[in-house]
Design a protein around this ligand. Structure first.
Ligand code: FAD
Length: 452
């Protein structure tokens, strides 16, 4: 589509832009390439212009100009989303938020931060005050806090504190509307759900106030077992015994060829549990592993890991497990599987039998709505679209699992399965012309857009 770029540029004069096609193309992508289906469906879309504001006033000018000229905006944080959330399906402006990144205030139990702050820098800043984030994605180093809130779901720490959308993890957010005269709306408590995981379709998140907890100097560790079944049963026991963990990940032995840096610490004949545990839990962790026939392979601080050229345990779990494999070999993709509660390891044993070498197993222990929730992120040999959806149906029908489809680019087809009317109602207020990340929510139809 043709947009009035001359008018737009003159309205945002003085604000940094990139229009070099290579730069624009790079910033029109995220990690959708995990999915051959998404690569085929949306991999070719690119934006027209990248705009990089450095403060709220500049964002306001961009939002006002885009609304007046009816130019779509796709907001971008670290660009690490897996579902093409940052791909501009109708071209337009890519709004890079990474320079809106100040940590505004840190108090006991909470931090106020601008949305474009990288999570690692934020967590490092709060750790200076003896506190830590309740959770972060394994992309801690690159992802922004605003992108996590609008595009992510949970991760390291979710075992202790639940998923991001569980009450009490985020206190408030400040959102800018996309109108000729943009407004700021503050959402508190449960109301934040109006924009959470909305893929930036219903407002520009400017600031967040999020929960903190007392910091722990986590020990990064792994234990090795004779069977995958033992890794799962060990984890369930660790949860039952309330072992203090920030991360508990099971990785099947066939992944070891992708974890080359670990060498004998993750050999090809053992299944592994990667974990982050409280320092005082090391003995209990080792004893519990031994009671399931396992042994501790390493136990180090993050600095010690670094000195030994190894990545932190949080980069051995969640979607980093998949990344290690995809970087090493072609022909794979993955799925996101929520197991029925209470979790039964037999379900996984059946799946291993059924899929053989077509699926490598990887599970994450977490909490959702206060209960233990096990998620699977199996590595899946990619055949074609039909086969992918056949496997999804089997997991749903034979095993009672819920699939958060990582091959879909709309919010509804991905995880939510249904239109979130609360989010759509908020979009009518915050993005009345339907310009924010168009095409990513099936709940918005063209006739909802405000007329001139
Ligand atoms: P982006 O990808 O830049 O954006 C995500 C979405 O948020 C987009 O729709 C964007 O438009 C929107 N957005 C960004 N900033 C704003 C804003 N200020 N206002 C409004 N909308 C905005 N996810 C997890 O939840 N847990 C994990 O453990 C995890 N592990 C991962 C591991 C790997 C290797 C990879 C590649 C991905 C992983 N992800 C995970 C997905 C992703 O990294 C996270 O969700 C991350 O938090 C996204 O942050 P980002 O800044 O990169 O967001």
């Amino acid at each position: 589509r043709a947009y009035d770029w001359a008018a737009f540029r003159s309205e945002i004069d003085g604000i940094r832009v990139y229009d070099d096609p290579k730069q624009v193309e790079l910033r029109s992508r995220d990690y959708f390439w995990y999915s051959p289906i998404l690569s085929e469906d949306i991999g070719h879309f690119v934006g027209d212009l990248v705009v990089i504001p450095t403060d709220e006033e500049q964002v306001r000018r961009v939002a006002a100009a885009a609304a007046r000229l009816r130019i779509p905006i796709t907001i971008r944080g670290g660009g690490t989303g897996n579902y093409g959330q940052c791909v501009p399906l109708e071209g337009g402006i890519i709004l890079d938020m990474t320079k809106i990144d100040r940590v505004l205030s840190i108090e006991p139990g909470r931090v106020r931060v601008q949305a474009g702050a990288r999570i690692a820098r934020l967590d490092d800043a709060v750790r200076e005050t003896g506190q830590e984030l309740l959770m972060y994605p394994s992309t801690r180093r690159i992802a922004t806090i605003g992108g996590f809130f609008t595009g992510g779901s949970g991760g390291i720490g979710s075992l202790r504190h639940g998923m991001l959308r569980d009450d009490g993890n985020i206190y408030s957010v400040k959102v800018m509307t996309l109108e000729p005269e943009p407004k700021i709306i503050e959402l508190h408590g449960h109301d934040i759900q109006k924009v959470q995981h909305a893929y930036g379709t219903n407002g520009i998140v400017m600031e967040l106030e999020i929960g903190l907890t007392e910091k722990t100097d986590w020990i990064h560790t792994a234990a090795l077992f004779d069977s995958y079944d033992a890794t799962l049963r060990f984890c369930l026991k660790a949860l039952e015994e309330k072992l203090d963990c920030y991360l508990l990940t099971t990785v099947d032995r066939r992944f070891s060829r992708f974890y080359t840096k670990f060498g004998d610490l993750f050999p090809a004949d053992r299944d592994a549990v990667f974990a982050m545990i409280a320092p005082e839990e090391q003995e209990r962790f080792a004893e519990l592993a031994a009671s399931f026939g396992g042994r501790v392979s390493f136990s180090m601080t993050q600095d010690e890991l670094h000195t030994n050229g190894l990545q932190p345990a949080y980069e051995c779990g969640w979607n980093h497990t998949t990344l290690q494999a995809l970087k090493a070999e072609e022909g794979w993709t993955y799925l996101q599987v929520a197991y029925p509660r209470p979790f039964d390891p037999e379900t996984v044993m059946r799946q291993m039998e059924r899929y053989g070498d077509d699926q490598y197993m990887h599970h994450e222990m977490a909490r959702l709505e206060g209960e233990v929730q096990i998620f699977g992120l199996p590595l899946v040999r990619y055949k074609d679209r039909d086969d992918t959806y056949r496997v999804i149906r089997e997991l749903e029908e034979l095993d009672g699992c819920d699939i958060y489809d990582p091959h879909a680019f709309t919010i509804e087809d991905g995880g939510m399965k249904q239109i979130d009317t609360m989010q759509i109602e908020f979009k009518k207020l915050a993005d009345p012309f339907g310009l924010l990340n168009p095409g990513k929510t099936r709940g918005w139809t063209a006739d909802m857009a405000a007329k001139d």
